[in-house]
Design a protein around this ligand. Structure first.
Ligand SMILES: [Zn+2]
Length: 256
């Protein structure tokens, strides 16, 4: 079984042909997908998709780029959606300083509030960080008591030193299509992380892996990420499939 731990099948780019996208990934053996929310409406849509497709699980949360839209209504909805047995995490949440027009203090406040929420609901966290590594690590360290359910660093693109700092806090690391772009450093980072803390993802529709670069990404392409990681780790794809399935059970405590 292949697992895509991070896909945005709620993106409107898929609205016209989602059944076809699904037939494709099922035919490749992708049997579990976490559809990750990034604001209130995508979280609700992710929940609805999980009702439509048996292999779809979902996470609810507000992405740092949408931090200013986090409010009581969103939080109440997340709490009620979290009661669904296919809700597996709070995410994607975190910090993103790539675009300067998004207030950093608001991002930090909303990030910490959602870490509290995950802790209250006993759910792991799916974490996004971009150009904000220092503050992300600092917030995670100073809120480590809120991380007892574990967290998954999605599309991990920081250094192996950062990975080493986060491992004792309970971090898991997912890699996506970006690792297949020419960059030897990524291989070193993957190899430095214990296999029982690794996952593969697509982040579809973004970050399409080689050899499909230039096309809209889809969960079926997680197969290329597995192949690439297997190569880096000197493992067979079959072994990696078994390892990541085990990791899924451990991090998501049997919810998936
Ligand atoms: Zn994402």
């Amino acid at each position: 079984m292949f697992i895509d731990t991070h896909a945005h099948l709620t993106d409107k780019i898929y609205d016209a042909n989602l059944d076809e996208i699904r037939a494709n990934y099922l035919s490749k053996g992708v049997e579990k997908i976490i559809v990750v929310g990034y604001n209130l409406s995508s979280s609700i849509k992710a929940y609805e998709l999980s009702k439509r497709y048996s292999e779809v699980y979902f996470a609810v949360g507000v992405h740092p780029s949408d931090a200013k839209f986090y409010n009581d209504e969103a939080e109440k909805t997340f709490i009620s959606l979290s009661k669904d047995n296919k809700c597996v995490a709070i995410g994607e949440i975190g910090l993103d300083y790539h675009y300067e027009n998004i207030d950093k203090d608001v991002q930090k406040r909303v990030f910490i509030r959602q870490l509290e929420l995950a802790n209250e609901l006993n759910l792991p966290v799916i974490l996004h960080t971009r150009d904000a590594c220092g503050d992300t690590v600092e917030i995670l360290k100073s809120n480590s008591a809120l991380l007892k359910n574990g967290f998954l660093m999605h599309c991990f693109s920081e250094s192996k030193e950062v990975a080493k700092e986060l491992l004792p806090l309970g971090a898991y690391f997912a890699f996506g299509g970006a690792i297949t772009f020419k960059n030897a450093k990524k291989q070193e980072i993957i190899a430095s992380i214990p296999k029982d803390r690794l996952f593969a993802e697509t982040d579809a529709p973004y970050l399409t892996p080689v050899p499909k670069r230039g096309q809209v990404n889809a969960p079926e392409n997680v197969v290329y990420v597995y192949e690439f990681m297997a190569n880096v780790l000197g493992e067979s794809v079959e072994n990696l499939k078994a390892q990541f399935s085990k990791n899924l059970t451990t991090l998501f405590k049997g919810r998936i």
